[in-house]
Each structure stands twice: as structure tokens, then as C-alpha cells.
Write a protein that binds this ligand. Structure first.
Ligand SMILES: N[C@@H](CCC(=O)N[C@@H](CS)C(=O)NCC(=O)O)C(=O)O
Length: 222
């Protein structure tokens, strides 16, 4: 039986979604974030990094959401329903599968960290310095980078309805987390193609079943 180590409100929502798309039976082990937003220490017993998602299947323990999605696709998607067949679409598929965690999420995580510097648990006299530093990094670097990425994705979704072409694929599943993070904390309002994509993605019955399984989903922290 496939086991998903699922942290509430986290990237493991993607794995539940993938499993629901593939209509596979699975079991969930639930973990609740600590007040600090970190995962409980018990997750480190499953995988040394202590992050979610982690998947167990056939004696293997697999971490990293992109690696898990690829594993599930290769192992169980025998009709290639979640991976395109055409060569150009496959290039896109691979690109977005890696881009989500390799390029986009680090920027959005940095944004979260630097935006929170003014609230860091340090003596109150130091907080304005943290705040200024955080604002400085955001203005000089992060906001420009995030805008470039947002425009890039917006333009891409103006050409095709899904990330890897005309059909929904695991690349869309992988992109849900950074897209929601971008729309909620990116500070950019005019992204209609991204909004349409998100609405279509979240209308899928498998997404809705995954939410029922995993619990409410927003993006409060990393
Ligand atoms: N790149 C990894 C990131 C894993 C990750 O950072 N997961 C977060 C949840 S979204 C986590 O476990 N956070 C809790 C913690 O860091 O303790 C992936 O895509 O699986």
C-alpha cells in the first residue's frame, strides 16, 4: 500500500492530488505543523530531512515532491495520462516539473523570510533594522526577480491552457504550490492567465478529493 506522509497545508497536497488523478489506493499519515510552522520532529524518523512530502511504496522511501510525482507517473501511469507524448510538450513538462522547486519556490521562500525580518524574535530595538534590511532586499532584488518570473509564466499560460500543452499533466500538479504562493505573496495583481489556470486546476474533481483527504489548503509559510 502506498503511504503518504502528509503535513497539513503543505506541498504534500500535490502528492495527494496526483494519487487522486491516478485513482490509486493510498494511506495517509497526518502531521500537524508546530506553532513555528515547522514540521514535527517525528517526520525525521521517516526521512532525515524531516520535510513533507515523503512517500513510501514497495519498500522505498521517496522525498522531494518532483521526484515523487515522477516516480508515480513512471510506475503507475501506464496510459501516460499525466505525461504528454509529443516531444515539444515533453520538454515543457520536464522544464516546469524542475522549475517549480528549482527556480520559483526559492524566490518566494526568500520573500517570505525577508518580509518577516521585522517580526523576528530579537530585542525590539533591533526590529526596525531587520525591517529595513528585509524591505531593502525585497526592493533591490526579490520583487524584480519575482515580477520577471510572474510575467514569464503569465505569457506561457497565454499560449497553452496547461503548463505542458493542451492537456493537463503532472507539471500542473507540481506548479500548484508556487502559483498559489506567487498569487498570495508575490505582490502582483494583474495575472489573469494564472488566475484562469488556477481556477481550472482547482475545478478538477481529483483536486477536490485531495483537499478532502488532506485538509484545508492555503499557503501560510513554507
Ligand atoms: N523541495 C521540497 C521541499 C519540501 C518542504 O520544504 N516541505 C515543507 C512543507 S511545504 C516542510 O516540510 N516544511 C516544514 C519544515 O521545514 O519543517 C519538495 O518539493 O518536496
Amino acid at each position: 500500500m502506498i503511504i503518504v506522509h502528509h503535513l497539513n497545508n503543505s506541498r504534500s497536497q500535490r502528492v495527494l492530488w496526483m494519487l487522486e488523478e491516478l485513482e490509486l489506493p493510498y494511506q495517509i499519515v497526518h502531521y500537524q505543523r508546530e506553532p513555528s510552522m515547522f514540521a514535527p520532529a517525528s517526520l525525521k524518523k521517516v526521512h532525515p530531512l524531516g520535510k513533507s512530502p515523503v512517500l513510501e511504496d514497495n519498500g522505498s522511501v521517496i522525498a522531494e515532491s518532483g521526484a515523487i510525482l515522477e516516480y508515480l507517473q513512471e510506475t503507475y501511469d501506464t496510459e501516460s495520462r499525466l505525461k504528454p507524448l509529443a516531444a515539444q510538450d515533453r520538454l515543457e513538462y520536464r522544464f516546469w516539473l524542475h522549475y517549480a522547486e528549482g527556480s520559483l519556490m526559492p524566490l518566494l521562500l526568500m520573500k517570505l523570510v525577508f518580509a518577516g525580518l521585522g517580526k523576528a524574535p530579537v530585542p525590539w530595538l533591533l526590529r526596525p533594522i531587520g525591517n529595513l534590511l528585509g524591505q531593502g532586499v525585497q526592493t533591490a532584488y526579490l520583487n524584480k526577480q519575482i515580477l520577471t518570473h510572474a510575467r514569464f509564466i503569465e505569457e506561457h499560460l497565454g499560449k497553452t491552457p496547461w503548463f505542458a500543452g493542451q492537456a493537463f499533466s503532472a507539471a500542473d500538479i507540481q506548479m500548484i504550490f508556487p502559483v498559489i504562493a506567487l498569487l498570495t505573496r508575490g505582490g502582483i495583481s494583474d495575472l489573469p492567465n494564472l488566475q484562469t489556470w488556477l481556477k481550472n486546476a482547482q475545478s478538477r474533481p481529483a483536486w477536490q478529493r485531495a483537499i478532502q483527504q488532506g485538509g484545508p489548503f492555503g499557503i501560510p509559510g513554507d
